[in-house]
Each structure stands twice: as structure tokens, then as C-alpha cells.
Design a protein around this ligand. Structure first.
Ligand SMILES: [Zn+2]
Length: 208
């Protein structure tokens, strides 16, 4: 009996490009991946292309998600404090780049190194940088890392309030120990993978 089913079952082809998929036409849709109800079975490539299109409404938009780094910049305002804060923030940006170098799941926006030393190099008002950071944080950053000492930084408290109003998620870094940085990176990776999976399920159910 089992043999008979196997003989008569054909493999489904991708409804977009026509390539043969790994699924037999007898396989229940709950047991399939890359299937969209109302459309049909897709191959992995076409499925991912559609996810990208749905997310970015434009072909080829990277699936990388951006984390915003929030932490003290000026502190007591002397050169040593400012350079210390820039170095710490940049260190976390570097660790993110290294950790996600292959998967490309997460990228970052680090205002500290983006406009490092601009308070000396450029002749622009401080408010200009606040507006610049807001614009990038708001449009690009889905999650935020809070660096040690953020509570004592007026600018950071302001950034956190703004991100909270926009229902963004936070990851808190308690200190710069190797363990806590690894913990932070792994937490962000889990978040990014879950997000990706959620989008697949949404797509399968035809949700928005
Ligand atoms: Zn295809």
C-alpha cells in the first residue's frame, strides 16, 4: 500500500520558477517549508526573494537588522572621558561586526564613532547631532544596546525614552567583560533568528 502511494506521488514544482522541489504533492502543507497558502509551493530561493520583497518592498534589500548603540558620550566633558566613551562604544560595534560577519544577521549604528570628535573637528551645534542620531535611530534601528553608564548620561536617557515610545527592544550590557559581551551577542542573534522565523510564519498564514 505504502509503495503504491510513493509510485503515484509526484514532486511539486516551484510555482514561481518551475524548479522541482523536495515535496511530494501528497505531503500535507503543515509538513512543508517554503509554502504560501493561496499561492503554493515555492523553492527556497524564490521564497526568500519574496520575503525580501515583502519586507523592503524592493528587490535585493539586505535582511540585516540594525542595532542602535546608546551610551554616554560626553560624561564629565574632558578629553579622556570622551575618548574612553568613544573607544567603548566602538569596541562593541567591532564585536558585533565580528560576531555577525558570516551570518550578516545584525549590523549597527554607533553614533559615538560615526561622529567621533566632531565636537572639535566640526563647527556645528550639538542639537544637529541629536537630530542626526534621532533620524538614523528611528528609521534604521529595531533594537538597541544600552552601554554601561547610560543612566548617568542625559543624552542616553533621552534616546532610551524616544526608543521606548517607539516600542523598540533593548539589550542591556552590564559591563565589558568577555562573558557579558558574548551573552549580549547571543541574545541579539536569538532575537534576529526568531524575527526571521516569525516573518516566515506570517507569510505562510498570509498575514500582513
Ligand atoms: Zn523557485
Amino acid at each position: 500500500m505504502k509503495e503504491k502511494i510513493k509510485e503515484s506521488a509526484k514532486k511539486d514544482c516551484c510555482v514561481a520558477c518551475g524548479v522541482e522541489t523536495e515535496y511530494y504533492d501528497t505531503t500535507h502543507i503543515d509538513a512543508r517549508r517554503f509554502y504560501i497558502e493561496g499561492a503554493g509551493q515555492l523553492c527556497k530561493d524564490c521564497f526568500e526573494k519574496i520575503i525580501n520583497e515583502k519586507r523592503g518592498k524592493e528587490e535585493g534589500r539586505p535582511t540585516m537588522r540594525i542595532v542602535g548603540i546608546i551610551g554616554p558620550y560626553f560624561s564629565s566633558g574632558d578629553r579622556r572621558s570622551i575618548d574612553y566613551n568613544i573607544a567603548n562604544a566602538q569596541f562593541i560595534a567591532i564585536r558585533i561586526a565580528e560576531f555577525f560577519s558570516d551570518s550578516k544577521l545584525i549590523g549597527f549604528f554607533c553614533p559615538h564613532s560615526h561622529t567621533a570628535r566632531f565636537e572639535k573637528l566640526a563647527n556645528a551645534k550639538e542639537e544637529y547631532y541629536h537630530t542626526l542620531d534621532d533620524a538614523i535611530y528611528d528609521s534604521a534601528c529595531e533594537i538597541f544596546v544600552l552601554l554601561p553608564g547610560w543612566e548617568d548620561s542625559k543624552g542616553s536617557v533621552r534616546d532610551v525614552k524616544r526608543a521606548k515610545e517607539r516600542k523598540r527592544r533593548f539589550f542591556l550590557l552590564k559591563d565589558y567583560s568577555v562573558e557579558n559581551i558574548r551573552f549580549l551577542l547571543q541574545g541579539m542573534e536569538r532575537w534576529a533568528r526568531r524575527k526571521m522565523e516569525d516573518e516566515r510564519i506570517e507569510l505562510r498564514n498570509g498575514g500582513q
